[in-house]
Design a protein around this ligand. Structure first.
Ligand code: ADP
Ligand code: MG
Length: 701
């Protein structure tokens, strides 16, 4: 593809800057989609201007003046006569701008007006110079692009325009003609032009729709093809769960499974009973009891003997006992891995199931022994961090892998797992619920189970917003609750830089220990502690040797101490919504109603995130809110892989397109799973190009 610097109007200097945005070729520029558009129609009137509200005016230049302020700043003022009065456009420290204006020129400006008292001023507005006879009032929308440091909108716009002239018409059309017509989608060349230089507001929407549709449609197809390949090429050991095994497993738990848990057990059992690998995502809100399902699935694996051959008798170990399948449980942190191991040991005491912990904090000798047990098949269940279990362990008969508290289930993360020597069944469990539309769009090749019920007797955490000024009263309440026998958390934000992090956490701890929580036994937990130290503090807190755990968000995910039922989150504004919800989940794990305070610096001014957090304890609702506030980010998890992210797909807003694209993709796939039809040739190529490397769709190109 043509490098940008060779396109007319771009040049080496600009091209070098554009590299910061990852834009090297004309193709890159065309795929750098605007994040927004500004009205550049020139149709606003001076009388209708509102302070700070975007407007676009047309007029003639009546004066150009440059002066220097006392502070040494060069100020360029351009006076413009509009139809119903004068305005001023101003530029600071951009002397070269003055050369571009002359009295008599007709221009359209766009920007945010500010009233100087006597006249409306636009600081650094966008400008469109009108040619002789060109109408001022046009439907004009100006693309606003994501930028990087030192890169200006004008740089990107110039590159995009040059790239449009050079390459837009030659862009390959991936969707068959019949589909474009049937679904009223813009042809690709038109869509690319309109997304960058829209001819009307409606065209922006039409172009967006085309791209979003195409993205989702192709992703769905790619995921389906991936799944088909998996099914054809991969075999997993069937792990049948009969009623005897089912009740034996359930008898291990000190509680009855909820109906939702039973339903999901059934879904899992149906999957792992087959000879093709399970690929299941388990979604459940914080505290819904996902761990129990992980244990259920693992015990199903461990309860199955390895057959010497199909239909044959069990394979025997050297000691005469039958070989059994192994299971692995991976956690995102060592702390959580240790907790899971402890839970399993408690549940499985006296059962003969061998549980091994595999984490970074272990001595080399211990690690070696553990790895040896895993390799020989003596270890039944292995609990550890993902890096270690994936990276170092060699299993004898791995039947099932559970990945707990994952934030991302991107294709890439999943691809990693499939590189093992065996093809185990996989169960992935969410840390944060994902709205259904998104789950459908992005995880089309996963089966999804939803745990939509909490264990009985749980009440939603009573959540308050506490202004810093009311903090004394809150501490009084917090102390009272501790005195009544509750255990509590105080969450403090972690500072990024390593050295300051420790200092700031320690000083927050000191302030609490010598201040409001003086009378209580406090522990301090943060990311810089050695794993053993973390485990010891956690144990003390669990056993009640500590009343309060002062912690950073290291306790965010998975930590389960049912007796801890009150939480103070300091500087709550610094946490994301999903994170706040996860944190709150720590005090929603027992029969006592949890209490949580989000302490904010501001008084009562609206704060979208904190207000949403206080308003609901429904994790699925909050996940939607979060997406609306933050955008979908890198949900697919392809960014690190070098594959382009999902352009534009503001999936939540595009919920109906998601559904439509998914339906259509399934339709096409059912009729022609290899996309062999002639009219699908280009589609097949584009999919192979886009997703082939990540999904290993080698054969289709
Ligand atoms: P999460 O889904 O957030 O991972 P956990 O699996 O840690 O939740 O479960 C939260 C708490 O609920 C744990 O203390 C667990 O023992 C308890 N629990 C799970 N299922 C049930 C149930 N059916 N009845 C009672 N308590 C349960
Ligand atoms: Mg959990």
């Amino acid at each position: 593809m043509m490098p940008l610097e060779r396109l007319p109007g771009v040049g080496t200097t600009r091209a070098e800057k554009l590299v910061k945005l990852g834009l090297v070729t004309a193709r890159d520029a065309l795929l750098h989609f605007p994040r927004d558009y500004r009205d550049f129609s020139g149709t606003h009137t001076v009388a209708g201007l509102v302070e700070g509200e975007h407007a676009s005016l047309a007029g003639a230049v009546t004066g150009v003046a440059t002066r220097t302020t006392f502070g040494g700043r060069a100020v360029l003022t351009v006076s413009i006569a509009c139809a119903d009065g004068p305005v001023r456009a101003m530029w600071f420290n951009m002397p070269f701008m003055s050369k571009r204006f002359a009295v008599g020129m007709r221009v359209v400006i766009a920007g945010q007006p500010r009233s100087s008292g006597t006249i409306w001023e636009f600081a650094h507005p966008e400008v469109r110079w009108l040619a002789e006879g060109e109408a001022a009032h046009a439907s004009e929308w100006l693309a606003v692009y994501p930028l990087a440091e030192g890169v200006l909108q004008s740089h990107v716009r110039a590159a995009v325009r040059a790239a449009l002239d050079h390459a837009a018409d030659a862009w390959p059309e991936a969707l068959p003609e019949s589909m474009l017509a049937g679904k009223s989608l813009l042809p690709i060349a038109r869509a690319i032009r309109e997304i960058h230089c829209p001819s009307s507001r409606e065209m922006i929407d039409a172009a967006r729709r085309r791209f979003v549709y195409q993205e989702l449609f192709m992703l769905q197809l790619a995921l389906r093809m991936h799944r088909r390949q998996q099914r054809e090429q991969r075999a997993a050991p069937p792990l049948p769960v009969d009623t005897r095994l089912d009740s034996r497993i359930r008898a291990r738990f000190p509680f009855e499974f909820t109906p939702a848990q039973r339903r999901v057990c059934g879904e899992i059992a149906a999957d792992i009973g087959l000879a093709e690998p399970m690929n299941r995502l388990l979604q459940g809100d914080v505290g819904s009891g996902k761990t129990a399902l992980a244990v259920y699935a693992m015990l199903a694996a461990v309860g199955t003997t390895v057959k010497a051959e199909e239909g044959g008798g069990p394979l025997l170990r050297a000691d005469g006992r039958p070989e059994r399948y192994q299971a692995a449980l991976m956690a995102p942190t060592e702390l959580l891995a240790r907790q899971h191991a402890a839970t399993l040991e408690r549940l499985l005491a006296g059962s003969g199931v061998d549980v091994q912990l595999l984490v970074g904090g272990q001595a080399a000798k211990q690690r070696e022994k553990t790895l040896e047990r895993i390799a020989s098949g003596t270890a039944d269940i292995v609990v550890g961090t993902q890096a270690l279990v994936c990276g170092t362990a060699r299993f004898r008969h791995l039947g099932l892998v559970v990945i707990d508290e994952q934030h991302r289930f991107g294709v890439l993360q999943r691809a990693l797992l499939q590189q093992g020597q065996a093809d185990p069944h996989t169960l992935v469990m969410t840390a944060t619920p994902i709205p259904r539309t998104i789950a459908h769009a992005v995880y089309g090749d996963l089966d999804v189970s939803i745990l939509d019920e909490t264990p009985p007797g749980r009440q939603p955490v009573a959540t308050y917003r506490v202004a810093a000024a009311e903090l004394d009263r809150w501490w009084e309440f917090f102390r009272k609750k501790l005195a009544e026998g509750r255990r509590g958390y105080v969450v403090v934000p972690a500072v990024e830089e390593s050295k300051r992090e420790l200092a700031s956490i320690s000083s927050a701890f000191e302030a609490l220990a010598n201040g409001p929580l003086e009378a209580f036994r406090l522990g301090l937990m943060h990311g810089r502690l050695k794993p053993q130290a973390k485990a010891a503090i956690m144990e003390d807190f669990r056993n009640g040797k500590l009343d309060v755990l002062v912690a950073t968000s290291v306790i965010e995910v998975g930590i389960d101490v049912p007796q801890a039922t009150i939480m103070t989150i300091l500087d709550a504004e610094t946490f994301g919504l999903a994170q706040l919800h996860q944190l709150r989940g720590r005090v929603a794990r027992g029969a006592t109603q949890g209490i949580c305070a989000a302490v904010t610096a501001a008084g009562t001014e609206p704060h979208p995130r904190i207000d949403a957090f206080v308003a609901t304890t429904d994790g699925f609702k909050l996940a939607e809110q979060d997406l609306l506030l933050r955008g979908p980010g890198d949900l697919v998890g392809t960014r690190q892989s070098g594959a382009p992210p999902l352009y534009l797909a503001d999936l939540l807003r595009d919920g109906s397109i998601v559904a439509e694209a998914r339906r259509d993709a399934l339709d096409v796939f059912d009729r022609d799973p290899l996309l062999a039809a002639a009219e699908l040739t280009q589609l097949r190529r584009v999919i192979a190009d886009r997703w082939g490397p990540t999904l290993g769709l080698g054969k289709i190109g």
